[in-house]
Design a protein around this ligand. Sequence first.
Ligand SMILES: Nc1ncnc2c1ncn2[C@@H]1O[C@H](COP(=O)(O)OP(=O)(O)OP(=O)(O)O)[C@@H](O)[C@H]1O
Length: 314
Amino acid sequence: MTTTVTTPADADAVRFDAVTKSYGDVRAVDGLSLTLRPGETVALLGPNGAGKSTTLDLLLGLKRPDSGTVGVFGTGPREAIAAGRVGAMLQSGGLMDEVSVRELVRLACALHPRPYRVHDVLAHAGITQLADRRVDKLSGGQEQRVRFALATAGANDIIVLDEPTTGMDVSARQAFWATMREQADQGRAVLFATHYLEEADAIADRVLVLHRGRLLADGTAAEIKARAGARKVSFDLDELRAGDGGAAAGLRRLPFVTALDVSGHTVRLQSADADATVHALYGLGLYPRNLEVADLGLEQAFVAITAAEEAKAA
Ligand SMILES: Nc1ncnc2c1ncn2[C@@H]1O[C@H](COP(=O)(O)OP(=O)(O)OP(=O)(O)O)[C@@H](O)[C@H]1O
């Protein structure tokens, strides 16, 4: 495939300035400001109803903000789409029935201002062997791959994906993300909303956490994990194996512990200050074996950050 990405070096791929969007009383997006740069792969995370889909709809010009502005390569979303700069793979919307996969991809290529060859699009999406299959006879995961092919039918500068790997098996996911990585390496911005936090952790250069329509965190996965503050600590205690009630009571008094799980003689806990917690453990005269201290995974960090925000709102 040949690619021409014509972006001034200083242009943001996407820029939201104080964007707000409400549905009746529900403020789905609340004063959101963010930028995406060319070549970046960015994950948009948030609990159900956080405003992810609305944000993507605003970016694609499918919804208009009540206030604030959305810019895509320095123009409005609709102009950017008309110029063939934006590819999208959304959750909703059925595919056309009674046509073959090849016919559908051919149509997408024909409609794109800067199309790739049908053969290449099919190959890149890993659906060459499905090309003659009717679209309404596809499995859920195959349908997702076809949606992906439609989103990459031409030389877009940004690709927007809403829950792209839902229904894909492991090998389809891996192939999908490898292709997305190629797209980003060619200078495209890739923005994807997902509930699969391990994908965000593995793939994204940057992670945006939305909550009640506001941006709660914006950074690399490592920064988001560090921001959650807490770390996880696990160890075995022989005293528990011996049925020492004092040891069990001591564990419950350890400082900075935000979650405690004891299973047999294995203890797993989360601590806001792991060093102090482990110090106190030794102070109780206990001797932990197989001690491990690790950062929270992105999933646990996400839960910690959003739970803290919920607690503030309550
Ligand atoms: N068309 C609509 N009419 C009324 N309310 C809506 C509409 N679309 C979304 N909402 C509300 O706006 C809020 C944000 O919804 P949105 O779909 O953007 O969230 P999301 O983060 O994509 O959620 P999910 O993870 O469940 O897909 C929710 O409270 C939702 O109920």
